[in-house]
Design a binder for this molecule. Sequence first.
Ligand SMILES: N[C@@H](CCC(=O)N[C@@H](CS)C(=O)NCC(=O)O)C(=O)O
Length: 202
Amino acid sequence: MKLYFKPGACSMAPHIALREAGYVFEQEKVDLARHQTASGEDFLRINPKGYVPALRLDDGSILTECTVMLQYIADHMPASGLAPAAGTMERYRLMEWLNFLATEVHKPFGPFFNPKAPQEIKDYNLRLLMRRLEFLATHINGRQFLMDDRFTVADIYLFTLLNWCNLHGIDLAQWPTLKDYMTRIAARPSVRETMKAEGLIN
Ligand SMILES: N[C@@H](CCC(=O)N[C@@H](CS)C(=O)NCC(=O)O)C(=O)O
């Protein structure tokens, strides 16, 4: 298996999940502006959508989309416990979280990474994100993880997204439950190893 990633981007979620689940895998950095991998491959031939993450499976095929990849990673290492079994109500709850994170938290961050995005769009999205973060802080209050005491791929995804708050001047200290949640997850060996491998921490 091989993960195509950009340091600190949403590809950090499958990266953490691969380590958390105990996979042996390869990884290759992508220069998204040039659509080129570190070894010089044309990334558009790997993922014509042009974005990370992309996961090359052992049969050579490519899987894209964070939420799907996270479930694939969890399902193929069931002992990791990173996702409840398919078909159970808990699994639908997990998918509910993953979909919420992808559409209501991940995407509104988009304009903040684009220097050409109009300020009105950034202001609008910031207000939206503040509401989502408020909701998440209330939900996590009194819980260890999104799904109570079960650590899942949804927590890995949320950690990856909340990590962007620092970059865009959103101070998580205003939600102590979110700040504590981030500290708890950042301390996991898989998270530290991933952030080291991506050059984000020493
Ligand atoms: N729908 C995709 C979105 C992935 C995405 O937004 N990737 C960003 C990094 S966080 C990216 O590669 N952006 C570059 C681009 O779209 O050209 C997913 O959920 O995996």
